[in-house]
Write a protein that binds this ligand. Structure first.
Ligand code: NAD
Length: 475
């Protein structure tokens, strides 16, 4: 088995004998195994992260930035190989995987630069012999849990912010997609990161999170994944008084106003919805379309979705790959069936596809009951639900109906509508007339049940810094 755990600067298969299968989602076949970390390995990683932090926090921000920039260069140089590993294990089209890796390199570069600007401030004192300042210090070793939908970029966002701030990290990357995470961590290793600053483990997620979060070494927990797991990890973190960043699920509304060209918007909606087969936390799911453009929108949306070529991500002709796991196909199929049972029109798709692998057709549902599960639960798959609205107030109240609050989209040619939408929608990110989310320089995160805290932007760096007030008397 490939040594896949990176602990204290060494690659190892760990101290135990447990491992998990790695599947090719386009065939369902096992293509590898990943070794699991045991408690002794986690203890070694904790010890390494504590030592790594002692070294890294005292390395100058300038020197840290140079290491990170070199890691970004290596990610770019190796992006084709890393992208192939993503596609083989996660399934997305290779072109999307390449964009993911190149975008991740941009994240590392941006955090590397921003880490040099972790400025404090000076507060005027009441006495002329006294100085008062606030300095920004790294919070300490971080336990990070990243998911399988973007195996590289979700991991890199955490690594980039934490390391740029001067923290060390134990990352638990997804067991389903280990190889691209391993290749990514190698870029940081070969860029010259001191041993112990970044550690990588795989294993039984619940065992690892309970072990790491309880340790006094860990000062911060960062998780990206589902709401139930986020809730559980927040409870553990609360018990042990650890800071958290929670990037959880979403159920993004996509509002289409009365004055837009519905066909053009529908074409853009296809590109946004079916990227990564809809396995994106900011994927638009509830399409709320003004009644005057509803029929044309649905018609073009369904016709365009039906033209997407479904196939293995390695095949250059594929516009949409398989879902990442068999359990996602089961989940999506159940949501579609439930919606159909409650009267929704299946305008295209609705079925599993191909006779091997985890394929599900791009699916558009129209006139879907609000009671349908797909209108309330995160679909995390290639399913869109389209419903008409009459007044903008109704559209906004539908957008805000769910406990989620991650991304929201709106298409409008009215300034007044744009203003009402941007102020009225309860979401961490509102994107109007384009799909401009998740850039290195902008904050990415949710509100309500979608979590709290941001990755990216100066907010993403702040998440790994804590304030220290220092006052000094001279005379
Ligand atoms: P899941 O809830 O079992 O797991 C979600 C993620 O959390 C996985 O990466 C998993 O390894 C990790 N995890 C699970 N239990 C954990 C624990 N006790 N400690 C630490 N990590 C743990 O669901 P799944 O079947 O893997 O994914 C499906 C759902 O997850 C989707 O419906 C979606 O809501 C959510 N999800 C969200 C994102 C996101 O970007 N926000 C990414 C992946 C999955």
């Amino acid at each position: 088995m490939t040594p896949s755990l990176f602990i204290a600067g060494r690659w190892t298969t760990g101290s135990g004998s447990r491992s998990g299968p790695v599947l090719d989602p386009s065939t369902g076949e096992e293509i590898g195994r990943v070794p699991f970390a045991e408690p002794a390995d986690l203890d070694a990683a904790l010890d390494a992260a504590a030592r790594g932090f002692a070294v890294w926090r005292t390395t100058s921000a300038f020197a840290r930035s140079a290491v990170l920039r070199q890691a970004a260069t290596l990610l770019r140089e190796r992006h084709a190989t890393i992208a192939e590993a993503i596609t083989r294990e996660q399934g997305k089209p290779l072109s999307e995987a390449k964009i993911e890796v190149l975008g991740s390199a941009d994240h590392v570069d941006w955090a590397a630069e921003e880490g040099r600007r972790a400025y404090g401030r000076v507060i005027p004192a009441r006495d002329r012999d006294v100085t008062q300042s606030v300095v920004q210090e790294p919070v300490g070793p971080v336990a990070a849990f990243s998911p399988w939908n973007f195996p590289v970029s979700q991991l890199v966002r955490k690594i980039a912010g934490a390391l740029a701030a001067g923290c060390s990290m134990i990352a638990k990357a997804p067991e389903e997609t280990p190889t691209s995470a391993i290749l990514t961590v190698r870029c940081f290793e070969e860029a010259g990161l001191p041993a112990g600053v970044l550690n990588l483990v795989f294993g039984v997620p619940a065992e690892i999170s309970e072990h790491l979060i309880a340790s006094p070494v860990i000062r911060k927990v960062s998780f990206t994944g589902s709401v139930p797991v986020g809730r559980h990890l927040s409870q553990l973190a609360g018990l042990h008084l650890k800071r958290v960043t929670m990037e959880l699920g979403g159920h993004a509304p996509f509002i289409v106003g009365a004055g837009v060209d519905p066909a053009r918007v529908a074409e853009a909606a296809v590109r946004m919805k079916f990227r990564n087969a809809g396995q994106v936390c900011v994927s638009p799911t509830r399409f709320i379309v003004h009644e005057s453009v509803f029929d044309t929108f649905v018609e073009v949306f369904a016709a365009e979705a039906a033209t997407l070529t479904l196939g293995p991500g390695m095949d250059a002709a594929s516009r949409m790959g398989p879902l990442a796991q068999a359990r996602r196909v089961d989940a999506v199929e159940a949501l579609v069936q439930d919606a159909a049972d409650r009267g929704a029109d299946i305008r295209t798709g609705g079925h599993r596809a191909h006779n091997q692998g985890f394929f599900f057709e791009p699916t558009i549902l129209a006139n879907v009951s609000r009671a349908a599960r797909v209108m309330n639960e995160e679909a995390f798959g290639p399913v869109a639900a389209v419903n008409p609205f009459g007044s903008l107030d109704d559209a906004i109240s539908e957008a805000n109906r769910l406990p989620f609050g991650l991304a929201a989209y709106a298409m409008t040619n009215s300034l007044d509508e744009a203003e009402r939408l941007s102020s009225g929608i309860e979401a961490g990110m509102v994107s109007i007339n384009h799909a401009g989310l998740a850039l290195p320089e902008t904050p990415f995160g949710g509100i309500k049940d979608s979590g709290h805290g941001s990755e990216g932007g100066m907010e993403g760096l702040r998440a790994y810094l804590q304030d220290k007030f220092v006052t000094r008397r001279y005379a």
